[in-house]
Design a binder for this molecule. Sequence first.
Ligand code: SF4
Ligand code: SF4
Length: 407
Amino acid sequence: MKDESNKPVGLERVKKWLYAKGLAERSSGCVLCGSCYGHGPANPMEDIPGPKTKCPPYEFYRFQRHTPKSRWLMAQRVFHGLDPITPELKEVIYSCTNCLMCQELCGVRDDGYGPWDITVAMREEITKKEGPIEAHRHLYQGLQQHDNPWSQPKSARGAWADGLGLLKLGDKAATTLLFAGCSADQATGRSSAVALARLMQKAGEEFTILGDEEKCCGLYAFDLGFRDEYERLRQNNLATLANAGIRKVVVACGSCQRIWREYAKVAGADFEVMHGVEYIDQAVLLDRLKFTKQIRKKVTYHDSCHLGRGCGVYQAPRSILRAIPGIELVEMERNQRWAWCCGGGGGVPEADPDLARWSAVDRMREAKETGAELVLTSSALCQRSFAALQQTALPTQDLLEFVCQAL
Ligand code: SF4
Ligand code: SF4
């Protein structure tokens, strides 16, 4: 019989999980508390009760296997060699919208890792063993062949800036870069990049763009588990910055912002990263921008999961809106840290479109309940989700584009 006398038990065993750091060990550690999906307090260790609805796929399917907890436990069995990768496992792993709510709620780790990291690690493992799933293959190929998930030819990148008279990297030495994001050359993402450029010009900032040399930040590669592609893009982007002597990156899309913050952590933070809303908020405080025109409108702000829970940017968009005369800002019931996901992340619109749409419809229902006339967002992915709802949705606009009217 195997001698088990030295095996840690009880709390010791749990502690071993809690403080595990390696990738394989990261797949252990859930203590089955249920905080990441249950309808009780968000986290029993906190005073704030938090939301009743937490994980979008669980709320949609209402099956235990779709909870963050189950993703963790299922992945744990695969990492420990107990279960194979099955179609059922993949269905669950790829229904995660990457909303980061479980990361916010799960209190068992002290190293910054959480249930969502397990999902991403499992996606990396699946890609390594089997390649991307069919629904994500075109995104993978787009990144490999064109450096963007939408397979836009490299020569067509940067078209969003036509006619704006912006400097391109190499035209003149400037230490600030406006990073537009791949969505800037798509209909639903263009407005934020154009508006940010106009606002930065107005604030007197000297900055450059990458134009047709811009590559994806790597968001899709990171979140869908294409680790090699992510590393390639990260290294390319960091080399571009270093060669150009860039000290500050201002990002137009809330989802790109999350990845640029990742870069800054790894690169030792030798450049500053800020989202356009943070830049504008600062410019208003420093009197470099002034909102002089009145806009009489009742609006609500949808916190993007990546800019909100991913980067902790909650106050800047709200203080910009408070600085505009005439604006009435009304909050949705689930806001800031507890904001509901639009369903647009994690490759879910491609892998599980019914779930993605359901999540966006639920968010729009909540927006309508505020009585607002307009929903403002700060991420191209959220813009895309709401635009897909068409006539059933309230009008939606990028926050940066909206504030241009008040200059
Ligand atoms: S990131 Fe969001 S969708 Fe994914 S498991 Fe966590 S709570 Fe669920
Ligand atoms: S993943 Fe975290 S929050 Fe969810 S049940 Fe496990 S320990 Fe609790």
